[in-house]
Design a protein around this ligand. Sequence first.
Ligand SMILES: O=C(O)CCC(=O)C(=O)O
Length: 294
Amino acid sequence: MQAKERYYWDLTGHLVVRNVLTQGEIDEVNEALEHVKQGVREGRAGRGSQGSDALDGTPARWYSGENLLNLPKPHCEPFRKLLAHPQVVSRLNVMCGAGFRLDHGPQFNNALPGSEGLALHGQGEPHGEWVAYHHQNGKTYCGGVTVTWNLTDCPGGQGGFAAVPGSHKSKYRMPRGVRMCDDDMGTVVNPDIRAGDALFFMDGAQTHGTLPWTNSWERRSVLYKYASRTSCRTGVASQISPPEVYWDEATVADMTDEERAVMYGPCSTPRSNGPYLAVDDDGAVRLENPEGGR
Ligand SMILES: O=C(O)CCC(=O)C(=O)O
């Protein structure tokens, strides 16, 4: 990662790297996407725009079938090639620190002309330490970074990814007009991104979302949701997080519910039914949500 890229990233919270894919590579991904088009679903009307006139449009369209990394060969191959692409590795090593990993995705956005936007979100509202950004002693760290591969042009100001540069350092609540993009005070940018460019953004730390797609062609963007080695962006992973799996049956056998609550494997549990502990006024440790993790 070049020093000037690092400067831009730290300052704004996102970065567009130009011409990462050749036309041949773009064609390869587009061809693979043709095989999953039947899995693209329209969301509920108004779900993304949340009543904002500025974000209004026809329902958003995301792919929701088999994981793109798990498609039958050869269709999974272009998506696997992007996963640990050298241009990604060299930057995520700086952005997230060594040992970053794919947390979820890849997700395919297939907006059609007139597709609605997505209300702005992120910027720590509520603060999520698992995706937060900080910098100290000349190093930056971000818990959650998304890399978006763009297979069609997204000209600036015509819809698609939008963000509030610098919002990852803001100390104040995002005003509703910014969230809804109907009174954004000029804070929202919709960067110019071309087919073959890779977009990196602080997914969670930076305020971001989507503006309605006003182009005459469809949007084809594939989003890879990475996390640093010490972050988890999704909740309890049912296969690997339970104490009996992360440790083993014998170690956690006969533990109290409170003891068991601290034996889970890594998970962010922000929106999941994970176990949380509290200390009563009399000093006793108890489960805040006795059904958590069950
Ligand atoms: O690329 C976009 O349209 C933004 C997607 C987004 O807001 C997200 O992935 O959280």
